[in-house]
Each structure stands twice: as C-alpha cells, then as structure tokens.
Ligand binder design. Structure first.
Ligand SMILES: [Zn+2]
Length: 196
C-alpha cells in the first residue's frame, strides 16, 4: 500500500467506531473522490478547532466571532427554563426534538470518581450563577440515568443557591441505562415529556 494511503487509513482509524478494514476503505474512497471535495474536507479540518469555541454563557459551542451561541442569543428562548446536559451532543439530541423552548446549560461532564471528574471540573458555579441571576423557575436535568448522572443530579439539588425551583429529570424509559446521545427520537421525546 502507498505510504500516504497507509498514513491516512491510520489517522481515520483513530475515529470512534472505525475498524481497520473500514479505515482502509474510507482512505481509498477519499483517494478516488472528487478533488474538490477532498480539498474542501482538508480545508475545513485545518480550521475546525480554531473557529469553534464554548459559549460564554451556557458552555455550548459557537463560532469564534460570537461570544454566545445561537440559543443564548435568541430572545425568543425562555430564560426561566434551563435544561442541564452533560455535553454538547446531548444538547443536540434534545434540541432536535424541538420541544424545549428554554435555554441550556452544558456541564462539560458528570461527577465521576472513576474518570476523575469532581464538581470543580464541571460548570456548576456558572449554573448556580445563572439560576441566581436569570430568574430561573425550572431546571430540567437531562442527565443519563446511571450512577454518574444520579450523583450529578443530587449535587445540583443539594447546592442549588435558590430554593423553590422546580427540578425535573427525564423519565427512566431510556434504553441501556441512558445515553441520551444514542436514544432514538421517540424514546427521548417520551422521556422528555414524561419528566418528573
Ligand atoms: Zn449559549
């Protein structure tokens, strides 16, 4: 195999869910693709990490020339309802349902002694600040129903600086103990609607 093809297959092989055979197949696909497409792909990859950054308010992702993400900049999104998620992909899954009219708060992970994530590594301080300052009346904890998700929900419940806020969690119909990112839309929608 030509060196460059081998190298490309090796790099593609680092992507999640890609085995060695698929990596070689994809490398060959790119070799045979329209040169315009390959050039665009390379250009986009080259600037990807430098043009995206975290939203200053909610921790979601946004273009570098905006301090805040699209949702935080949208005056029609209700500030009283905050949906708390583990990461950006969970936000995307819930946003795709089109039922949450409020805003989000991305924690950047969940409390997990195994992977070494403690409360100080997560965006709790920012969350509690928003609850205090933005007139939040409902928190929807869209956290996976596993041990880490439970611990994170308990932490929020205990340290929330304002009392009397409605806190709900997604109903436990999610398959495989959670993984909001992988749940199909109907399951996620019923978990969201059935929150309590
Ligand atoms: Zn935002």
């Amino acid at each position: 195999m030509p060196e460059i093809l081998k190298k490309l297959a090796e790099l593609i092989g680092f992507l999640p869910g890609i085995g060695e055979k698929t990596a070689v197949k994809l490398a060959f696909f790119l070799l045979k693709s329209n040169p315009w497409y390959v050039k665009k792909l390379a250009e986009t990859l080259a600037v990807l990490q430098d043009t995206v950054h975290e939203c200053a308010t909610c921790g979601s992702l946004t273009d570098k020339h905006h301090a805040e993400c699209e949702i935080c900049r949208n005056p029609l999104r209700k500030t009283e309802t905050l949906c708390v998620v583990e990461d950006y992909l969970d936000l995307v899954s819930i946003e795709r349902l089109g039922v949450h009219l409020g805003r989000y708060h991305v924690l950047g992970g969940v409390i997990s002694p195994i992977s070494g994530k403690s409360p100080s590594d997560l965006r709790f301080k920012e969350l509690f600040g928003r609850v205090r300052d933005e007139n939040v009346t409902e928190l929807i904890l869209a956290l996976n129903p596993n041990i880490e998700g439970e611990a994170t929900a308990l932490y929020i419940d205990e340290y929330l600086p304002v009392k009397g806020i409605k806190i709900s969690r997604l109903s436990k119909g999610l398959p495989n103990a959670g993984f909001i990112e992988y749940a199909d839309e109907i399951t996620l929608l019923s978990a969201f609607r059935g929150r309590k």
